[in-house]
Design a protein around this ligand. Structure first.
Ligand code: SF4
Length: 339
């Protein structure tokens, strides 16, 4: 029933036509936090620049990050690149086949591994994403929170019981597609749903309360001070940009030196020009940003500068900035020069 529905209702997506492991892997990573319409354009771009895993592995990380620009969650790009290198160096360029082997690669979790292994190699491992979670929590009217062990176990057992062993790839995609297009968070189209007859949440009218989720902690309010050093050099304005450490917030991105504090209102720029506040929400933090024109005391003496960062022309558009900075770059360019 569900598979028949999928054959006629599946959206036509380019990576579905003739699933191939490398292209499927790319699509899964790109779509993790990205809408299909935006992700499709990036998927085409990536395949054009890096048609094979070898091409991706031999590309400089800066180029990969540059191509990722605008997608956010840059750790995905870093992991993708590291995983491609691992495939080339440790596996002689051969992509894994089984889900458990895919999971050995950086950034490939249970979900991505199951998706690739089932779609490209027919391994009967269920894929459980947010869409599948919602459909199953409604279908079986699961009361346990799906972000806690009991709820997760219930969803997993049902997904294992329901997967088709004849066509696991289509079966997984069908459940995901049902959640994405019919059993939506608000206003599910129950009248169009291929599993409506067996749906307990529909029968009991509990769908709006499923899936149950544990109350989340509110995000922590934090203030970020970006220190902007400026110089006029060989007829052009330049500012000082550093690469952030790989681990932690905005890992590997380029940015002004930044400090983050829990106090709500910083006062320490004493007389220096400051631009802000700018609000930006992350998953666990609510950020308020200020840009402060700084004398540049943090910059190492001449000759050591390159170890930490570099002077970059204001108009240089090749950087992978944190989204919070990228949003205000043009305002910042005008403001720094004026001050
Ligand atoms: Fe979701 Fe409605 Fe289908 Fe139940 S019948 S799975 S609530 S769309």
């Amino acid at each position: 029933m569900l598979l028949a529905w999928y054959q006629t209702h599946a959206r036509s997506l380019p990576w579905r036509d003739a699933p191939e492991p490398y292209a499927t892997w790319l699509s899964e990573v790109i779509l993790q936090q990205t809408q299909v319409a935006t992700g499709t354009a990036y998927w085409h771009r990536f395949l054009k620049h890096y048609p094979t895993v070898e091409d991706l592995a031999s590309a400089p990380i800066e180029s990969v990050m540059g191509l990722w620009k605008g997608l956010g969650y840059y750790s995905r790009a870093r992991n993708l690149h590291a995983a491609a290198r691992s495939v080339v160096h440790d596996r002689r360029g051969e992509l894994p086949i089984l889900a458990k082997d895919w999971q050995q690669l950086p950034g490939v979790g249970e979900y991505t591994a199951a998706a690739i292994a089932s779609i490209c190699h027919g391994e009967p491992v269920p894929v459980v994403d947010g869409n599948v979670q919602r459909v199953l929590a409604r279908l079986f009217d699961i009361l346990d929170p799906v972000d806690r062990k009991a709820g997760r176990d219930a969803i997993r057992s049902w997904s294992e019981a329901l997967i088709s062993h004849e066509d696991p790839g289509s079966s997984n995609q069908a459940w995901m597609e049902l959640g994405a297009t019919v059993c939506k968070p608000k206003n599910p189209q129950c009248g169009e749903c291929p599993v409506q007859v067996g749906c307990l949440a529909r029968k009991r009218d509990t769908w709006s309360a499923r899936p149950v989720k544990q109350a989340k902690k509110p995000p922590v309010a934090m203030t970020v001070l970006f220190l902007v050093s400026l110089r006029h050099h060989k007829g052009a304005w330049e500012w000082w940009v550093e690469r952030r450490p790989e681990r932690g917030i905005w890992g590997g991105l380029e940015c002004f030196p930044a400090t983050m504090k829990e106090e709500p209102a910083p006062t320490e720029w004493n007389g220096k020009a400051a631009l802000g506040p700018f609000q930006h929400a992350l998953t666990h933090r609510k950020l308020t940003g200020w840009f402060v024109l700084d004398a540049g005391a943090h910059i190492a003496p001449d000759g050591q500068e390159k170890q930490h960062g570099e002077w970059v022309q204001l108009e240089d558009d090749e950087r992978a900035w944190p989204r919070m900075v990228e949003k205000v770059l043009s305002e910042l360019r005008a403001w720094t020069v004026k001050n």
